[in-house]
Structures are given as C-alpha cells and as structure tokens.
Design a binder for this molecule. Structure first.
Ligand code: C2E
Ligand code: CA
Ligand code: CA
Ligand code: CA
Length: 281
C-alpha cells in the first residue's frame, strides 16, 4: 500500500507522455494549477558591476506538474501570454514575489525585486492596483520593485498600457524593457513608455567577447541607455570574460550563471550571507 502512490504517479507520467503534447496545456489546466499551488518562484541575483554588491532578485516562475514533473517557463509562458490566463498568473507572481520580499525584509534582508509581466498585462487596468496593494500589504515601498516588460506581440490598446505604466512609475516603481535587442522590444517602445531600465537579452551577452558585432551592439545599447538616463542590465553573464566585457562596455548591472542560477526562496538567505547586499533597482 505504501508504494501505491509512487506506482500511480509513474503510470500517470507515462500516460501523459503518450498523450498529444497540446492537450495538457489549456487555460483550465493553468487555472487549476494556480488553485492547487503548483507554481513556484525561483530568484536570481542581480549584481552591481562596479561594486560587486547584490542589488536585486529577479523572480522566475516554474510549474511543479503532478504528472509531467518540473516544467520551465519557456514551455508554458508563451501559451499563457497568448491567452486570458496571463492576468491571473501575473497577479499570482506579483503577490507571491512581493510577499516573499516582505518576509525577507522582516528577517532583516533588504533587497529589491524584479517581476516579469507581459505587454498584454498592461491593458488590464486592475494590474497597477493589484501590485500596489501587494506592496501595501507586505510593507514594501514600490521603489523596491521593478516590473520587467516583455513584448511577445505588438502591444494592444496602447493608451491603456501607457496609463498602467505611468501609474506604476508615478508610485516610484521601476520599469524595465526586457529582452532588448530581440523581437518586439524596440526603440519605438522606449521613446513612448516611461521605462527606467534596459535589459540586454542574453543572446547578445553570453560569449559576447568572441563576437565583434555583439560587442558593438551592446556598446550602442549602453550609449542609448546613457543618453536616455536609463540603467543598463546585462543578462546571461556566464563567465568572468562575459562579466568583464559588459563591465568594460559600461553596463551597470549583471545577471547570470556566473553569479548564481535562479534559487528557491529558502536557499537565498544562506547564499546571500556570503555577499554584501545594497538594495537598488
Ligand atoms: P527572461 O525574463 O529573459 O529571464 C531570464 C532567463 O534566462 C531565465 O530563464 C534565467 O533562468 C535564464 N538565465 C539567467 N542567467 C543565465 C545564464 O547565465 N545563462 C543562461 N543560459 N540562462 C540564464 P527562465 O527562468 O527559464 O525563464 C525564461 C523566460 O520565461 C523569461 O526570460 C521570461 O521571459 C519568462 N518568464 C519567467 N518567469 C516569468 C513570469 O513570472 N512571468 C512571465 N510573464 N514570464 C516569465
Ligand atoms: Ca525578465
Ligand atoms: Ca531574456
Ligand atoms: Ca523574456
């Protein structure tokens, strides 16, 4: 009897593998996963390039699926973003990350946090209220939070997006344009929306010192960020060579496996005990 649940879950996994891949990922399945607490966040440190201090953590979602095991965001976020469930998922992410930051703050661990949102979230006029209410509940000033916006499709209802972002920026929250240099994250958005940071996509950063064109592009993005008064963050820093290269090019903040992989919440306080922490966006 003791081993029955194990056999059952192995059987479920096998059956799930035999089914067509498209059947497991539905809006109803995502809502049920939210309801049954199957999502979790991991946190990856962001380091100040010049001082080496940890400033902030990016929260990254994972799915502990009862049949399929651990699923990374690349396997379900594109579907979620293309459907209405992006609203409830982003709400859960924001509330969970900000509550976690509040819990760490009570332990004396003061940090900033970055939360990912889809451009599609911005047309929902309840998002700003949801995030600000979560800050209020957790006793976290909005200045401690950065919203990283990824554009996977052309932004719909642009005026609503402007209103949401302006409301959040006015509260003191920081706004980053994510995956800069890829897809739709473009110059046009930079000019029209109140961003305070540019995150350079890791496809440009990892091994950049081996590519003349990658170095040129990063350097150009850094100049652009400077001239617009924006902070510049390099993601995907995997080696000391990457770190030195983005530092020499003038990036302000580095994030990547060189410093740490994303970690579960309970591993952060012991990991951070070895690093100086000065909170900042
Ligand atoms: P992103 O926002 O660009 O996040 C950075 C991704 O790069 C993360 O992948 C992170 O684990 C990975 N990464 C960090 N450092 C390195 C490195 O040095 N080398 C390599 N090879 N990878 C590195 P992850 O966690 O699999 O997330 C993938 C994407 O899924 C994210 O890209 C983001 O677009 C999306 N995502 C993750 N969490 C959320 C979320 O809560 N909400 C939304 N809307 N999207 C999310
Ligand atoms: Ca991000
Ligand atoms: Ca990216
Ligand atoms: Ca992204």
């Amino acid at each position: 009897l003791m081993f029955k649940p194990l056999h059952q879950s192995e059987l479920d996994r096998t059956l799930a593998g035999l089914r067509d891949d498209r059947h497991w990922l539905t809006e109803a399945a995502v809502m049920q996963a939210l309801d049954q607490d199957e999502f979790l966040l991991e946190y990856q440190p962001l380091t100040d390039v010049r001082s080496g201090h940890i400033r902030s953590l990016e929260s990254l979602i994972r799915w502990r699926h009862p049949q399929r095991g651990r699923i990374g965001p690349d396997q379900f976020i594109p579907f979620v973003e293309a459907n209405r469930v992006i609203g409830p998922v982003t709400q859960w992410v924001a509330e969970t990350a900000i509550a976690q930051l509040g819990a760490w703050s009570e332990m004396g661990l003061e940090l900033n946090i970055a939360i990912n949102a889809s451009a599609r979230n911005l047309s929902d006029d309840s998002l700003a209220e949801t995030i600000l209410a979560a800050c209020e509940r957790a006793g976290i000033p909005p200045e401690r939070v950065t919203l990283e916006i990824t554009e996977t499709a052309a932004m719909e209802r642009f005026e609503d997006a402007v209103a949401t972002l302006s409301r959040l920026r006015a509260s003191g929250m920081h706004l980053a344009i994510d995956d800069f240099g890829t897809g739709y994250s473009s110059l046009a958005q930079l000019r029209r929306l109140p961003f305070s940071q540019i995150k350079i996509d890791r496809s440009l950063v990892t091994n950049c010192q081996q590519s003349h064109s990658a170095l040129q592009i990063i350097s150009t993005v850094v100049d652009l960020a400077r001239s617009l008064g924006l902070r510049c963050i390099a993601e995907g820093v995997e080696t000391k060579e990457d770190f030195d290269a983005v530092g020499n090019l003038g990036c302000d903040v580095a994030q990547g496996y060189l410093i740490s992989r994303p970690l579960p919440a309970d591993q952060l306080p012991p990991w951070l005990a070895d690093w100086p922490v000065i909170p900042g966006p």
